[in-house]
Design a protein around this ligand. Sequence first.
Ligand code: CFN
Ligand code: HCA
Length: 527
Amino acid sequence: KATYEVDPKDVTKEMVSPYPAKVARKRAKHIVMRDPSIEGQEIQANVRTVPGILNTRHCAFAGCKGVVVGPFGDVLHIVHGPVGCSYYTWMTRRNQYRSREDGKNYMSYCVTTDMQDSDIVFGGVKKLRQAVQEGYDIFKPNAITITATCPVGLIGDDIQTVAKEMTEELGISVVAFNCEGYKGVSQSAGHHIANNGFFKNWVGEGEATDEEIEGFTVNLLGEYNIGGDSYEIERVLEKCGINVIATFSGDGTYDAATKAHLAKLNLVMCHRSINYMAEMMETKFGVPWTKVSFIGVQAFAKSLRKVARFFNDEALTQRIEEVIAEEVAAAEAEIAPIRERLQGKSAILFVGGSRAHHYQDLFADLGIKTIAAGYEFAHRDDYEGRQVLPLKVDADSRNVEELRVEKDPERYKLTADPAWVEQLKEEGFLNRYEGMISEMGEDTLMIDDISHHELETLIKRLKPDIVGSGIKDKYVIEKFGVPCKQLHNYDYGGPFAGFQGAVNFAKDIDMRINNPTWKLVKAPWQN
Ligand code: CFN
Ligand code: HCA
């Protein structure tokens, strides 16, 4: 249960009070106080932001190129558009990639067609084709992506035909994504477009065979290797004897992505950005998915136990328990003395579409409770859980080809024991996500697509000890004398996932909250 110095209901009123009446009514639907006595609490989400409100969302291009497409490291990513969009998705997310044997690694490059006035007037297709050819000649990448920025859709450049022709000409996969920034209401539309493009062109395609890969095979879906998170996760999975086939898309390679359909289980980390891939892989190849989180000591242990349950193998289960015991003890030895200095502190978390939920577990490991949280662009299922919502085509699917495909019984046999999988599905263990609301404490606040004004009100009234958010509000928050930890790019730190990541996080948060400098800060407006 959250306790405040002020009545949180008054805070809610204050948050919407300066808006015009109609806007206030709209915004109020995005603000919910957790009441566990209400079955199936609802919240408004994934709708267009009212113009004039300052928030922290990004566009479909950012969600497609910046988030899901960009992390594949042996693939050359060409942005078709004026230079700005490419530049602003260049390395700021801190997704890492380590070169494989072929040494191909284009992570540090920023490649764009740099459209000019004449391309807008006469069309940019010729220039794009030339860019793909040049990119291939210079780098010989394992695949190429083309991502479209707003003007490409406005002038109607046919990037799909360029991709098709260049695939034939060069003999490597060239995939085009019509992820023009104006599509949908946020970056969420871009995730969907990216999922569809990769599923259609890569998974089970290329050189991939349908030959079974022995062992406890999984894919990591929705893990993006920010600050090296995947390295810590894979270290532990390997130690347990769990074999990662492909990752979408942190530290991901083209070749692994084409083999993703051979994994027996999909581990869905960020449901928001990759649930489409999970569902399509289930439908076409019969690979089931389970929701996991690797953020937080207890959460990671719980997720490993989920994998153990799925594979239902005695030796694997025993190995996983041994690893958990060893790793938890090592992490706990370092975290325990830090927890003494953090116990009882409060946090408010406003991040994209899953971290505002996942990081609550890690803060809880440190003795810090989350008293308010929300996503920038998540959908109602990320808050309410999929089971309470009828599956319907959402607004973000506009302009996106429907890619649902019928199950292929020949391929279905490649997955784990079908009878056991069916049983787990019936239990609700597989293919199901509960969402944020059910895990929030009583009287905590949830605010969707929070505005800067609303966030400032929360800081003034709830006086959190730390805020977890991103670059657009970080320095405003710190002018209030409240430390801000960026939960997007981790500032300069990480990894924060997994057991050793939790130790890194504990040290980082301790340095922030218990830094005496904050007491000396006086906001300019306090004078
Ligand atoms: S790494 Fe992920 S975890 S992919 Fe998504 S919803 Fe963004 S880029 Mo910023 S940090 Fe954030 Fe999530 Fe999934 Fe990252 S919370 S906003 S689009 N996100
Ligand atoms: C994006 C990327 C971003 C931005 C981070 C931030 C990221 O939304 O396009 O606002 O601080 O994680 O890099 O979410």
